[in-house]
Each structure stands twice: as C-alpha cells, then as structure tokens.
Design a protein around this ligand. Sequence first.
Ligand code: NDP
Length: 299
Amino acid sequence: MKIKGSDRKGADTDGENYRAELVGVLGDSVDGNPTGVMEEAGFAHAGLNYRYMTIRVLPEDLDAAMAGVRAFHMRGVNLTMPHKIHVLKYMDELSEAARVIGAVNTVVCRKDGTMFGENTDGKGFVQSLQEEHVALKDRVICLLGAGGAARSIGVECALAGAGKIYVINRNEVRGISLAQTITEHTAARAVWLPWQGTAGIPEDTEILINATCVGLAPQSDACPDIEFGDVKAGMVVCDVVFNPVDTVFLTRARACGARTIDGLGMLTNQGCINFTLWTGREAPREVMYAKLKEEFSGV
Ligand code: NDP
C-alpha cells in the first residue's frame, strides 16, 4: 500500500502512516559523526520509514535526553563520547559484551518499555576480520590504546578466541584495567605494556591494531609512535580510524610487508548490527558501506 507522505514503511504499521520511527545518536561532539548518513542510506534502500537524528547532548543533559528518548517513543539510540558509560544506569538489561566492557554504544528501546544495552564496536571489528578471512582463535594480538574502542575490540577479540593480547597504552590505569578485564572475564591472557617514546611491538604479535585516535582527521598526518622495524611481512595490521580511510599507520605497515585492514569495515558492520537490532531486518551492508566510502574517499 502506498504510504501518504512517504514511500517508506514504518516497521509496525500496516496502514497509512505519517509517523517515522526515530533512532539517532547522542553525544558531544557529534557534528562529524557519519553514522546517520550510513543508516539513512540503509533505511531508504530497505524502504523503511525510519529517521536517524544526530543530536548534541551535553553531559549534564543526559538525564533529560534519555527521558526524551522514551517520550518520543524512539526505537533506540547510539551513544558516543561522553555518554557510553553514564548511559549504563538507564539500562534494564545488558549484553554480555556491554557488561564486561562496561560501556554501551547502542540502546534498543523495547515495546514493553525496557531498554537493552549493547556494545557493537568490537563486534563490528571482529566481523571485519572475518570478512578478510583472518582467524582469531589462539592468535596473539597487540592492541594500541585502552580507550572505549580498544576496550570493545579487546574484549570481543578475546571472546572470539584470541589467545594472548598485549595492551600498549600510555595511561597506566586504563591499560591495566583493560588487561585485567580481559584476563578476568575471558579465556585470553592479557598484559599491559607501558607506552613511553617509540613503542616496540612484541615479537610474537600476529595481529596489530591501532585503537587510538592518532591519525584521525584533521590530524591525518599523525601516526602512532611505534617501532615499524618490528612490523613483519605477513602480520595483519588494522586501524580503527576511518577518516581518512587509508591512514599513515596503514601505509607505513604496508611498506613493511604487512597486510592491512582499514576502519571502514568496522564502522559499517557496527552500523549494520544496529540496523538489525532496531528494525529486525537484515541490513543492506553493501549500500551502507558504499555510502560511507563515498563520504570519506569521494568515491
Ligand atoms: P578514547 O578517548 O576513549 O581513547 C583514546 C585512546 O587513544 C586512549 O587509549 C589514549 O591513550 C590513546 N591516545 C590518544 N592520543 C595518543 C597518542 N598521541 N599516543 C598514544 N596513544 C594515544 O577514544 P575512543 O576509544 O572512543 O576512539 C578511538 C578511535 O577509534 C577514534 O579515532 C574513533 O574515531 C575510532 N573509532 C572507530 C570506530 C569504527 O567503527 N571504525 C568505532 C569507534 C571508534 P591514553 O589512555 O594513554 O590517554
């Protein structure tokens, strides 16, 4: 049936409907957050009358914003800095990963009024490795960083079977906390290595991941300060930074003979997981990936 005012369909409507289902992201800053562009492309392709809103919410306004999420009958929201941890107190249920990581980046508002918290960053990363046929079982990983993205990636890689994880981070408290979290809650062993000056990469590393923000635009000339002499041919080197898509870190790793995986696959995959959690439908991954690629590479 043709829907008035739109060619798209709300998920739980079978008649005429002007009302769009609302999802979005809450954060500060969010101006450069690309998720909405990707999700909207997916909704349009799937013919779903959903709208993704990119909403600036200051730390002191999270309470009001979450009340708004309820009042507007939103289907769910993404959380970005600085809300990923503070949003935990509004959740009625958490996924295992969100509980272990201690942060939520995706909220699903259920029809019974309860809220479910998930963390999709690490899942998106693990999926991007699977897409490149990189196995995680018993592999040795070196993770640069211990912030939100690193926690999510470290825990999910461990839950996916990684054997050993080195966490290299400047801040000792964050580095130790991530290593302890992984070791206590998963079968993997993790150790923190301090990052002073140029960081050496342990010799048995098979997968090296930049999970810091170093190299992110506008500082796109920056590169994590590591000993590139330790990067070997055959090593898999990944970057979470997606803007630019091909970072200095990846370019230099390729020059050492490593195989590289950029952050765009991870970003797309976590967006696809969100799409399915909110709509119950399979996400049109290729459409969403192409939209992001267009945004960041001008392709
Ligand atoms: P956080 O602020 O939580 O963590 C930042 C991390 O970077 C910390 O570990 C910090 O170390 C480290 N760091 C910052 N500057 C330096 C430096 N000069 N040298 C060494 N380490 C440094 O950020 P997030 O974890 O949320 O985000 C990190 C990156 O991941 C961002 O670029 C973000 O865009 C990207 N991201 C990508 C996603 C994707 O789908 N591809 C999804 C989510 C995030 P310290 O603790 O010592 O301060």
